[in-house]
Design a protein around this ligand. Structure first.
Ligand code: HEM
Length: 415
């Protein structure tokens, strides 16, 4: 969309020189774009979302830490957005910021109660068990394409593995998992059946919650229900939906982006056959350079304030620019790369609403195991397209490959 449809209020500072947050440059070279934004506006840039909707994009590392660690000034509840009355019902980005009664949008003590339950339930996952699940699921997925000698690692591997793992962690039966996965993917695709799929997803979750309330097991659903926070079935169902979506998408993109790095960068070439640079280094570098969630919506100013030299009005939307902050020269070495072993990336956010720590640990086990098993099973795997032919999704919000075609010597299924 290029034509602004919404005119921000007169005098709205976000309107002056606002940079469009859409268009092909986010697909081709977001790094260059962030550098230009920083040179023109500094650490906080006025931006315009599709449809001409104004917002602030925080791309300074320090400023992003400030925003995420001050929930009383930059709140999570999007009902305070000063643009709602101007947003058309069919605005494509509406689902991304529309308030919902889940962990994501609650604040203060209510957020602490819900976050504690989610954090403790995820902390109950045994990392060794998790790794074992991941290995089994990875082997099963590879079995499906091993004999073919070629595959698309995005559609056939990276996008399926984290979802299957999450279904197991939830204690979802083998017969329900495929239904849950197809409804989630249909909902995220946003096609004609998206609304029906969203309802189906909630139905599956609610059935699971009721079943686990009656017959608890050793799974995240049962641990959420038993938590001292005393969550209702509805609250557990809503927060599991958050865990599912927040867990699936970035983990899938992370696996694919790290695999792309290993398949295209000769520093990693030797490790494909068990050599120098490790998988965990590729995973860390992928977070610094191609973090899955580039921009996240967001926070909403609770009062007039200043940030990075800009005047933010009460109710303004503040977007968290994780990719921009990771590229901030103040946290990079002189040659532009982060010091080896430096894990201070903003990719999991910061402050009380950041990605729960056990979720970060689980994501790392899932991503590392996915790559490990793939390299173990297909040791001569290589890119089946020119690096320049790889296409990124046309989105300012995520850094996600459309496909990652690979070729390898056909092998046998393990069964
Ligand atoms: C097993 C995988 C994962 C699970 C279960 C998970 C779960 C969650 C949950 C429940 C939240 C909401 C926290 C809250 O509102 O208090 C969240 C937030 C978030 N997660 Fe994760 N996550 C996973 C993987 C990832 C990965 C791989 C990334 C990126 C590399 C990521 C980045 C984020 C970010 C940026 C937020 C937003 C935080 C904010 O509002 O400041 N997550 N995640």
């Amino acid at each position: 969309m290029t034509e602004p449809a919404i005119t921000p209020p007169p005098g709205c500072p976000a309107h002056a020189n606002a940079a469009p947050l859409y268009g092909p440059r986010f697909q081709t070279d977001p790094g260059q774009l962030y550098q230009e934004l920083r040179e023109t506006h500094g650490p906080v840039a006025p931006v315009e979302l599709a449809g001409g909707v104004p917002a602030w994009l925080v791309i300074g590392y320090r400023e992003l830490q400030l925003v995420t660690s001050q929930p009383k000034v930059f709140g999570r509840d999007s009902t305070r957005w000063n643009m709602w009355s101007r947003i058309p019902a069919d605005w494509p980005l509406k689902p991304m910021m529309e308030p919902a009664p889940s962990l994501l949008y609650v604040e203060g003590e209510e957020h602490q109660r819900r976050k504690a339950a989610v954090t403790d339930a995820l902390a109950g996952v045994d990392p060794y068990e998790l790794k074992k699940h991941c290995e089994e699921i990875a082997d099963g997925l590879i079995d499906e394409f091993a004999g073919r000698g070629e595959a698309d690692l995005v559609a056939e591997y990276a996008h399926r593995l984290p979802l299957l793992v999450l279904c197991r962690l939830f204690g979802l039966g083998e017969d329900e998992a495929p239904r849950l996965i197809s409804s989630l993917l249909a909902m995220l695709d946003g096609g004609a059946d998206a609304l029906a799929a969203a309802q189906q997803l909630l139905d599956i979750m609610l059935r699971l919650v009721r079943e686990k309330r009656e017959r608890p097991g050793a799974d995240v659903t049962s641990w959420l229900l038993a938590h001292e926070a005393g969550l209702s079935d509805e609250e557990v169902m809503r927060d599991m939906r958050v865990i599912l979506i927040a867990g699936h998408q970035p983990s899938a993109y992370w696996i694919a982006n790290a695999m792309r790095l290993m398949l295209t960068d000769e520093r990693f070439a030797a490790s494909l056959s068990g050599g120098r640079r490790s998988i965990s280094q590729a995973l860390a570098e992928a977070l610094w350079e191609d973090t899955p969630t580039q921009i996240f919506a967001g926070r909403w100013a609770t009062r007039d304030t200043q940030l990075g030299g800009q005047r933010i009005a009460a109710g303004d939307m503040v977007l968290l620019g994780f990719a921009g902050a990771n590229a901030d020269p103040t946290v990079r070495q002189e040659n532009g790369v982060p010091a080896e072993g430096n894990r201070a990336y903003m990719s999991f956010s910061y402050g009380p609403h950041s990605c729960p720590f056990p979720a970060q640990e689980a994501a790392e086990v899932i991503a590392a195991t996915a790559i490990e098993v793939l390299l173990d099973r297909l040791p001569d795997v290589q890119l089946a397209a020119a690096e320049s032919a790889l296409v990124w999704r046309p989105s300012a919000w995520v850094r996600a490959l459309v496909a990652l075609p690979v070729a390898f010597t056909p092998g046998h299924a393990l069964g």
